[in-house]
Every structure is written in structure tokens, then in C-alpha cells.
Design a binder for this molecule. Sequence first.
Ligand code: SF4
Length: 368
Amino acid sequence: MKVTFPHCGSAWVPLKTLFDKHGVGCVVPPPTSKRTLTLGVAHSPEWMCLPYKVLLGNLIEGLELGADTVINVGGPNLCRLGCYARLQEQTLRSMGFNFEMVIFDWQEQQILGLAKFIRRLLGGDKPWTQIARDIRHGIFGQLRLMEELEQRVHWVRPRESEKGAASKVCRSAGDRVAAAHTPEELKRVRGELFSELDSIPLDPQAQPPRVKLLGEFFVAIDPFCNMDIEEELGKRGVEVTRAAYLTEWAKIWLLLQAVGLGHDHKVKKAASPYLSRDVSGDAMQSVGETILHRKEGFDGIIHIMPFTCLPEIIAQNIMPKVTKEHQIPVLTVIVDEQTNKAALITRLEAFVDLMERRRRHAPLTGQR
Ligand code: SF4
């Protein structure tokens, strides 16, 4: 068996470790690139949302490299994501690939289902205690470390004296964390990575504007789809805080849902005057978090979404009212395969100017 899977943030790190550790063949698709997108677009309906096309491109590249088993997610009660796996399977078969697709339905199966799913992929005979240790090491060890590093990089980038130093450490992290198969090795890698970040010289005068990046989960966390928006803002002296993280998602969907809890009650409550029910995707979070983050003193919100994403179109239509009533600048960024990075950067620069001007006038108006 040779397993492949689409990219989703740093999920490839624990997946590679898991399969390498247990001697299961694993093909990590090449990092998402222009070729990935071109392949995905060529074999997708035009109206499909960008994540579908990118993930399909990842799977094509993984199968081209010899994989024979595809891991995917799906299930009912979701937006288009619920039918991604079946549609992609049909497309890949019509392209002549021969493989088995295994689908994890996280809403139905949660943490126990994940354990069964992993055990099956590893051959069906591993002890449950080993599976539990692997899940803990993968999600709450490796993935958490990758996300803590990203958060640290977001803080260092707008303050670093030598531009690009934090991004360089961040780019080297994936392979180093994937090579850490035990908690002891992970502890050592953590120490090395954080000390590299802590040794970057900082500008003591820097007072970066703070931006919250939120919106559709996949494009918010995928640097190819969002055109390195976090790095581009960091280079322009902005501290970015992202709302979406895979470990947070895992905590909500795999653990809290399993004990009858679920999405953050505060987010739902904040969104409720504008959106009374969950419309799938991340629309509720986009609206609720915009309001909550205004109260946390952010200078601006960037709401990012794929073109044709219905849940985020609903959120986008609510945003002008939220912006007016809560006095916070919101920049909506819509991405698809036609989006031009130069145009995005021009819009980001204008938004940074706007936030800085608001800051300068804050003592006069009493608002930020
Ligand atoms: S949230 Fe939007 S972009 Fe994401 S899968 Fe659903 S419809 Fe597509």
C-alpha cells in the first residue's frame, strides 16, 4: 500500500511520521504549485470552489508518483466539501488512475472513528494504546508545534531587522518536525526551532498594526491559495493573527462534539444578531469572530474566501453592516485561479495605510 492525501496546512507532517514510523508506504504530494492548480482546474467544473481544484491537483500529483490509496474527508451536512471526495474519486478514475479511496467523516466518527480509521490504514492489528499515542503525538504534539511556530513567526516578522529571517526558519520546520518520531525528539526540535526564532534581531521601535485573518478555513491556512498573505503583510510591518488552526478544529470536531459540546458559544452569540443559524462552512465564525476581535483591539480584519463559496458569500453580505455598527475596517479578499498577486498586494498596502491612519487619529477620535 502507498498512501497519499491532499495538502491541508501542516497535516502532512504528522501523516508522514505516522506512516513512516509504521512502515506503510506514503507519498506526500509535492508542495502545492502552479502545476497543481493547473491540473486541478483542467479536471474540475469551472464553478467549483478553489479548495476543490487545489486538492484535486494534489491527488493527481500524489497518484502520478505511484500512490495506490487516497485519504480524503467527507460526509453529509457539509457544504460542497461533503461531496469533494466522491466527485474527485470519479474524476480520478475517469483519468485512468487505479486506487482505493478511504474517506473519514469527522462529523459522524469523531475521535473514536479517527482511531479506527488510522488502525485500519496501519493494517488493523496495532494495539489501541499505540494508536492513542500516535494521535496524541501527531495532533497535539507535532501539529501543535507547527502552529505555535507559525504564531511566533507572525509576531517576529513585522519586528525583525533582517527581513525574511523568520520565514526561513518556518520553511525549514516541516521536515524537521516530521523527522521527530518520539516526544523526546520533538522536544529537542522544538527547542532548536524556537531558539533560532528567538535569536533573530528585532527592531525595538516597531509598533506593528494588528490584523486578524479569518474566513474560509482552507484558504485562510493554505499559503498557496492565499498567496502568502501572512508573509506579505508581515513584510509590510503588520502582525497577523490567524483565526483558523487545525488543532483548534480537531479539538472542536473530534473531542468537544463527541461529548455534546461544540463550536465556541461566544462566537455564535456574537454572530446571532446578524446570522441566526449555521449556514455551513465558516460563515458563522467569520461574522462572530469579526465582532469579538474588534473588542480585542485589532486594527483591522481580513476576511478571505474562495470565489463561489456560498457560506462565505452570506458572511460577506453581512460584513458591511458589521463594519458600520462595530467601527472596524474589514478587507474582503476573494480568491480563485484568476486572482493576481500584484493586485492583491496593492489592496493590502492600501489597507495597511488605512489602519495606520486610523491609529494616528485614534487619540483625536478615541477610536481605533
Ligand atoms: S466552505 Fe466554501 S470553499 Fe470551502 S468547501 Fe465549502 S463551499 Fe467550498
